[in-house]
Design a protein around this ligand. Structure first.
Ligand code: PLP
Length: 384
């Protein structure tokens, strides 16, 4: 039986988002479809970033870059994380990756040994399960709600074992929209230090907070040395298709990351790195503007979902609302998804896609035009 895919591929799954897309196609959808299942910024990449990429192409800055990234981008990353994230990094602590998912991939492969247990707050962003499985690790789920109710330290104590090696932190959190406060992060950090855990911090939505500002766990005392902080330009600057991200970490992690980046992608596309320099050095004003637009969309969507009878917390960050829809649509989120799609033409993501604790919920994005939110709410009001 040589003609078989390697076992590791059988341990992982393909994105459920693809299944959602197929379901929409299967139903042979007649417009209007109100697409609220996506995970991308609603605006185009800002012009100054596109211009920087075009300039790099015109000037033939198109050869292999150093494998960890062009020095100008690594310098911009270090300046940004020191200023904005308060992470005490030096240039040798930054490596450029092909987006956030690749950053998470190399971070997990650099830290997890087969049999290690990985603590993660649940519901969680789905690919984390597959990345941990690929490394031979085992996930241990800590419910976000349990941690918020009982305290993070207590909830983590309850689920950790002697095999726990890594803690995954995602703030602002997809899909639940929570933003960890400084006090909560201090509790988590204390637990990680006491247990000698490594932390991978996924900060993909760092710029999308609406109430309290984002705090990076690597900025807390004694945490820089045990944390791999993973960032991406995808969400902040509407650059999902550009594939640029970065990881900030000290040794011994950086030596592992360098080998993994070299042996997976060699290096990120050079013109895209020049575009990233522009984004990180000139993008602050743009981010302010984007945040205000997101806040308006968040408030519009959440108000509408509540009026429909869904139990919906106000998301503190990200561009997702994650209401409990059981009272209106029943406990099974795939069935709830089907009802909204068939009756109202509204596409969402079933909460169970984000692990068992997401059951009973649906994820709606508010990263769309205001008219799309209004039309979707109107269609749901008419159908339910
Ligand atoms: C929580 C989270 N982390 C990381 C990423 C990675 O994004 P990208 O690979 O586009 O940089 C995403 C994208 O949806 C995400 O939702």
């Amino acid at each position: 039986m040589n003609q078989r895919v390697a076992e590791r591929c059988e341990r992982i799954e393909f994105s459920e988002i693809a299944r959602i897309r197929n379901r929409i196609l299967e139903l042979g959808f007649e417009p209007p479809l109100h697409p609220l299942h996506g995970g991308e910024p609603f605006y185009e990449t800002p012009e100054f970033i596109t211009e920087a990429a075009i300039r790099a192409l015109r000037e033939h800055r198109t050869r292999y870059a150093p494998s960890s990234g062009i020095p100008e981008l690594r310098a911009a990353i270090v300046e940004k994380v020191r200023r904005k994230n308060r992470i005490p990094a030096e240039p040798e602590h930054a490596i450029v990756t092909s987006g956030g998912l690749h950053g998470l991939f190399v971070a997990i492969l650099a830290t997890v040994n087969p049999g290690d247990e990985v603590l993660i707050f649940s519901p969680y962003w789905t690919p984390m399960k597959d990345l941990v499985a690929l490394a031979g690790g085992r996930l241990r789920l800590v419910r976000w709600m349990e941690a918020r109710q009982d305290g993070f330290r207590q909830a983590l104590e309850r689920h950790a074992t002697s095999r726990s090696r890594l803690l995954l932190v995602n703030t602002p959190a997809n899909p639940i929209g929570f933003v960890l406060t400084r006090d909560e992060l201090c509790e988590i950090a204390e637990f990680a230090r006491d247990r000698d855990l490594v932390v991978i911090s996924d900060e993909a939505y760092e710029d999308l907070t609406f109430e309290a500002p984002h705090v990076s766990i690597a900025s807390l005392p004694g945490m820089f040395e045990r944390t791999l902080s993973v960032f991406t330009l995808s969400k902040s600057y509407a650059m999902t298709g550009w594939r640029v991200g970065y990881v900030v970490a000290p040794e011994p992690w950086m030596s592992g990351l360098r080998k993994l980046v070299l042996n997976t992608i060699n290096v990120v596309s050079t013109p895209m790195q020049w575009a990233a320099v522009a984004a990180l050095t000139e993008g602050e004003a743009f981010l302010e503007h984007a945040r205000a637009a997101y806040r308006q969309r968040r408030d519009r969507l959440v108000q509408g979902l509540r009026a429909l009878g869904f139990a919906c917390d106000l998301p503190q960050g990200t561009f997702y609302a994650f209401p409990n829809v059981e009272r209106v649509l029943g406990p099974k989120s795939w069935e709830a998804f089907d009802v909204l799609l068939k009756r109202a033409g509204v596409s969402t993501v079933p909460g169970v896609v984000f692990g068992p604790h997401g059951e009973g919920h649906l994820r709606f994005t508010f990263s769309v035009a205001l008219e799309t939110i209004d039309a979707a709410l109107e269609a749901m009001r008419a159908a339910l």
